[in-house]
Design a protein. Structure first.
Length: 336
C-alpha cells in the first residue's frame, strides 16, 4: 500500500486517536497536529504517538498533505471540510459530521462537487460483533427479522466536557451526536431504508444549560414494516465498569440474539454475542476480527476502489439524525 501523509486539524475529542493509530499501523505518516484550543488533549495525543504539534496552520499545510483527520467542535467540522476541498485534501472526521440543515446543504454541495473524498468515523460497522451479526442476518440464520432494539447509554463525565458540548448549536444535541451510528447500522445491517421516525427527547438535569437534553427514545419503522427501538442517554453511572453498557436485541422468525457491546462485568469486558434458535440452545457466537477498518475503507475510496461506507451513506445517516431531532417531542421535566 502506498504511503499517504496525513495530519490532524481539530483535536477536541479523543476518538481521533483511533484514526491516528489505524493510519500509522497501515504505514502512513502523520505530519503533525494543529489545535488552538484543547491543548491538553492535543498534547496528550502528541506525546502518545510522537507527533509534532504545529502552532501555525500554514506551516502544517506546507507538509504536502494528502489527508486531514478532524475532531473539531462539531459545528466547526463543516468549515474544515470546506477548507480541505479548497486545498484538494481528503478528509476524515469524527461523528457527527454536521449539526444543522445549513451544514448538511454545505456537505451535500462538497460531495456533489466530487473533488475530495469525505469520511466519517462510523467505526461500529467494523466491530467484529456487528460484522458477524450482518453475516448471520444475510445468511438467513435469523429468518425474517421481526424487531430490532438498540440501547446506547453513555457516560457524561461533565467535568471533562468543554462548554460547547452543552450548547445545541455547537454540539448538535444528543440525537445528532450519538444516533448517527444507529441510523447507519440499521441501513447497513438490514439493507432497508428508514421510512418513519417518532419519539421523545427529555431533559432531566443541568438547568444551567437550557438546550442540553440528556435522553432520547425513538420508534423507527424500516421498509417492509420492520419496527425498531432506539435509545441513547448521558446517564451511565460514574462507577460503571464501562463508558456505556450498549445492548442490541434482534428478534427473527428463526432465532434471536442479544449483543452485549461492552461485555458483562461478571464474565468478560469483551463484547458478547448470545444467539438462540428454535432447535439450538443459547450459545456465545465467536466474532472473528474483520480484515478492514474505517481507515482502510476510507483509503480504498481515495484509491478509487470500492468501500463499505459511501458518500450516500454519510448523507443519509446525517439527514436522518436531523429529521429525528426535528420530529421528536421535546420534554423539559423541570417545566412540566
Amino acid at each position: 500500500m502506498s504511503e499517504f501523509t496525513f495530519a490532524i486539524i481539530g483535536c477536541r475529542h479523543f476518538h481521533i486517536q483511533d484514526f491516528i493509530q489505524e493510519m500509522l499501523e497501515l504505514g502512513h505518516h502523520c505530519a503533525g497536529i494543529y489545535e488552538d484550543t484543547n491543548i491538553h488533549l492535543s498534547t496528550s495525543i502528541s506525546e502518545k504517538f510522537q507527533i509534532p504539534i504545529f502552532d501555525r496552520l500554514e506551516d502544517l499545510l506546507a507538509r504536502d498533505l494528502d489527508i486531514i483527520g478532524c475532531a473539531s467542535k462539531n459545528s466547526a467540522k463543516i468549515d474544515i471540510i470546506e477548507f480541505c476541498e479548497n486545498n484538494g485534501i481528503h478528509v476524515m472526521v469524527d461523528k457527527p459530521i454536521i449539526t444543522s440543515e445549513e451544514g448538511y446543504e454545505r456537505l451535500n454541495t462538497i460531495i456533489d462537487n466530487g473533488k475530495i473524498q469525505v469520511g466519517v468515523m462510523l467505526t461500529e460497522r467494523f466491530q467484529p460483533i456487528f460484522m458477524t451479526l450482518k453475516d448471520m442476518i444475510q445468511s438467513d440464520q435469523f429468518g425474517d427479522i421481526t424487531h430490532i432494539s438498540m440501547r446506547k447509554p453513555h457516560r457524561l463525565a461533565k467535568e471533562s466536557r468543554e462548554e460547547w458540548f452543552f450548547n445545541k448549536d455547537e454540539s448538535g444535541g444528543i440525537i445528532i451526536d450519538l444516533s448517527i451510528h444507529d441510523f447507519d447500522l440499521l441501513r447497513w445491517l438490514t439493507k432497508k431504508e428508514i421510512t418513519t421516525i417518532q419519539g421523545y427527547m427529555t431533559k432531566n438535569m443541568l438547568d444551567e444549560y437550557p438546550d442540553f437534553f440528556d435522553t432520547a427514545s425513538m420508534q423507527v419503522l424500516l421498509d417492509d414494516n420492520l419496527p425498531v427501538q432506539l435509545y441513547v442517554d448521558w446517564h451511565t453511572p460514574s462507577a460503571s465498569w464501562t463508558w456505556g453498557d450498549g445492548r442490541v436485541f434482534i428478534t427473527g422468525t428463526k432465532g434471536c440474539a442479544e449483543l452485549r457491546l461492552q461485555g458483562d462485568p461478571y464474565i468478560t469486558k469483551d463484547s458478547l454475542f448470545l444467539f438462540t434458535a428454535h432447535k439450538q440452545t443459547t450459545q456465545i457466537i465467536q466474532c472473528p476480527q474483520p480484515s478492514a477498518n474505517v481507515s482502510t475503507d476510507f483509503i480504498a475510496r481515495i484509491k478509487d476502489e470500492q468501500g463499505s461506507i459511501t458518500h450516500e451513506d454519510i448523507l443519509i445517516a446525517s439527514k436522518l439524525t436531523l429529521e429525528a431531532d426535528r420530529i421528536v417531542t421535546k420534554i423539559d421535566k423541570n417545566l412540566t
